[in-house]
Design a protein around this ligand. Structure first.
Ligand code: UFG
Length: 335
């Protein structure tokens, strides 16, 4: 079975490629390398000990997408390609809407033309907006607080409509919570351009001394210690969720949505403490103002994924912190 992995050179994509190959699938990576480095591919090949087929492709360009589908016998698509920075999406919303929606439409059009019926979509817990209650379940109301989130929300809607129109399709929407950690080898991981927006890459760069201090965005939330609570999930567990989703899509038609999280909420201070303890390093921090658009608490009820896909996250917070640190140390040598 040949799976096209759009955005396959990115943080989640590269880990997903490994898990798919380990599970016996052939993988084609399509990526425009706008937010990933070409040498990720070499490192992926080092891990899996074979060559990976890679297309440098812009999924917003239908001609390029059509050409890829005409050349390759694709059985299913896992669509991860997209812009993903919440803050940036508020500054350049049109780029986000154009990029994230056009690419999905192009892939779906090519799938229609070449009779490919299986599709897994990378969505986000961001579609729950400001949660009214936690843990979050798939059937809870959705809304968004930023353009990036709306692109996920709109893509989900497009997929529902497309599924209604074509009963042969099998679509799985995965709502990710907060992926952190890295592959155990230390060869791939999250490598954001510039100053990181997300908590774990920020922490690892403070721990190396590259950044002076972590700002904790608010300690007056209605949470156990006042800092924001999230559901952090090891990126390898998340990647394995995609394998289960693909297997499921080959056996079922229609559309289904699954949360991929651990079901546990950790505060920012929990993460700092766990990181320091797991790696025996210091992470100096200061308490700063709340970050605009942040919510107090967000964690998953992932029981549907457990029940239907037979998937659950296996790695604990200590392992996530260890692997993130291991990767950061390799990453310094690579950059
Ligand atoms: N935080 C800090 N300091 C930092 C960075 C983050 O205190 O320097 C805090 C945030 O305030 C929040 C927590 O750490 O409480 C996690 O923040 P992240 O930026 O790592 O993650 P978010 O939960 O804000 O956002 C993530 C993804 C989004 C996705 C969202 C879905 O980055 O793409 O989860 O819930 F939309």
């Amino acid at each position: 079975m040949k799976i096209l992995l759009t955005g396959g050179a990115g943080y989640i994509g590269s880990h997903t490629a490994i898990e798919l190959i380990n599970a016996g699938y052939d993988v084609i990576i399509g990526d425009n390398f706008s937010n990933s480095k070409r040498d990720v591919i070499g490192r992926l090949e080092e891990i899996i000990k074979k060559e990976i087929q890679v297309y440098e492709i812009d999924f917003t360009n239908y001609e390029e997408v059509d050409k890829l589908f005409s050349k390759e016998e694709i059985d299913a698509v896992i669509h991860l390609a997209g812009l993903k920075a919440v803050g940036e999406s508020c500054s350049i919303p049109l780029e986000y809407y154009r990029n994230n929606i056009e690419s999905t439409i192009n892939v779906l059009n090519a799938m229609k033309k070449y009779k490919v019926n299986n599709f897994v979509f990378s969505s986000s817990a961001t579609v729950y907006g400001v949660p009214k209650a936690v843990p979050l379940k798939e059937d809870m109301p959705t809304s968004c607080t930023n353009p990036y989130g709306w692109t996920k929300y709109m893509n989900e809607q497009i997929l529902m409509d497309v599924s209604n129109a074509n009963p042969n399709l099998s679509i799985v929407i995965l709502r990710y919570f907060n992926p952190i950690g890295a592959h155990e080898s230390g060869l791939i991981g999250e490598d954001p351009n510039g100053i990181p927006n997300n908590l774990m890459p920020y922490i690892t760069q403070v721990a190396t001394g590259k950044l002076p201090v972590l700002s904790i965005f608010g300690n007056d939330y209605p949470t156990k210690d006042g800092t924001g609570v999230r559901d952090y999930i090891h990126v390898v567990d998340l990647a394995k969720g995609h394998v289960r989703a693909i297997e499921y899509s080959f056996k079922n038609r229609g559309i289904d949505i699954f949360n991929l999280g651990t079901g546990k909420g950790y505060s920012v201070l929990d993460i700092v403490n766990a990181f320091e303890e797991a790696n025996n390093v210091k992470v100096p921090y200061v308490i700063a103002d709340r970050r605009a658009g942040d919510i107090a608490e967000c964690y998953a009820d992932s029981s549907k994924a457990e029940k239907v896909l037979g998937w659950h996250a296996e790695n604990d917070l200590r392992k996530m912190c260890k692997d993130a640190w291991n990767w950061q140390q390799h990453c310094i040598k690579l950059n």
